[in-house]
Design a protein around this ligand. Structure first.
Ligand code: ZN
Length: 175
C-alpha cells in the first residue's frame, strides 16, 4: 500500500519533461560547480588569510592576558591559565611532537670489566668485548671472532692447534 502511494505514474509526455528537467538540472549543477568553485576557493583563501592575520595580530594580547592570569591570586584562574598554556604549547603534538621510537635495535655494549668473584667467565667476556672483526676460518670454514685467530693467520686457534699437534705427531717436536 505504501509503495503504491509513493509510486508516481508518469504519462509519456510527463516522463519526457521530467527527463529534460533532470538533464538540465545536471547541466546547471555542473556549470555552477565549475564556475563557482574557483570563486569560493579564492574568497575562502582571502578570508582565511585575513583570519590568520587577525590571529597573529591578537596573539601578543592573548599571551599577555594568559601571563596576567598566571600571576592571579585566584587559584582557579591561575590553574586555567597554565593548563591552557601547557595544553597548547608543551602538550601540542604539532609544536612538541612525541619522540619517535628508535627504528634501530637496541645497541649492546660489553664492558671489559670483570665482575667481582666472576673470574671464570672473564676470558670469554674479554674476547667478546674486543670483538671488532669477524673472520672466516680457511680450515673449518666457520665464521669466528678475529680475536680467536692466531695473529694474521687465516686459521682459527682451534684449527691451528689441531694442525700443529698433527704436524708434531708426524714429524716430532722439531716441527
Ligand atoms: Zn677453524
Amino acid at each position: 500500500m505504501a509503495a503504491n502511494l509513493l509510486k508516481v505514474d508518469y504519462t509519456p509526455e510527463q516522463r519526457q519533461v521530467a527527463d529534460m528537467v533532470s538533464a538540465s538540472q545536471d547541466v546547471v549543477r555542473d556549470v555552477l560547480r565549475d564556475e563557482v568553485t574557483p570563486i569560493v576557493r579564492e574568497a575562502l583563501t582571502d578570508d582565511v588569510l585575513v583570519g590568520i592575520r587577525d590571529l597573529v595580530r591578537l596573539t601578543p594580547k592573548m599571551i599577555a592576558a594568559i601571563e596576567q592570569d598566571l600571576t592571579n591570586t585566584d587559584d582557579t584562574v591561575r590553574q586555567k591559565a597554565y593548563t591552557l598554556l601547557a595544553r597548547y604549547t608543551l602538550g601540542n603534538p604539532s609544536i612538541a611532537p612525541a619522540p619517535t621510537t628508535p627504528a634501530t635495535s637496541p645497541m649492546s655494549v660489553f664492558f671489559e670489566m670483570p665482575r667481582p668473584g666472576d673470574s671464570s667467565q672473564t676470558s670469554d667476556a674479554v674476547l667478546e668485548a674486543n670483538a671488532t672483526e669477524v673472520k672466516t676460518c680457511a680450515e673449518c670454514g666457520v665464521e669466528k671472532d678475529a680475536a680467536l685467530f692466531v695473529g694474521t693467520s687465516d686459521r682459527c686457534r682451534g684449527c691451528h692447534d689441531r694442525l700443529r699437534s698433527t704436524v708434531r705427531q708426524r714429524y716430532g717436536d722439531a716441527a
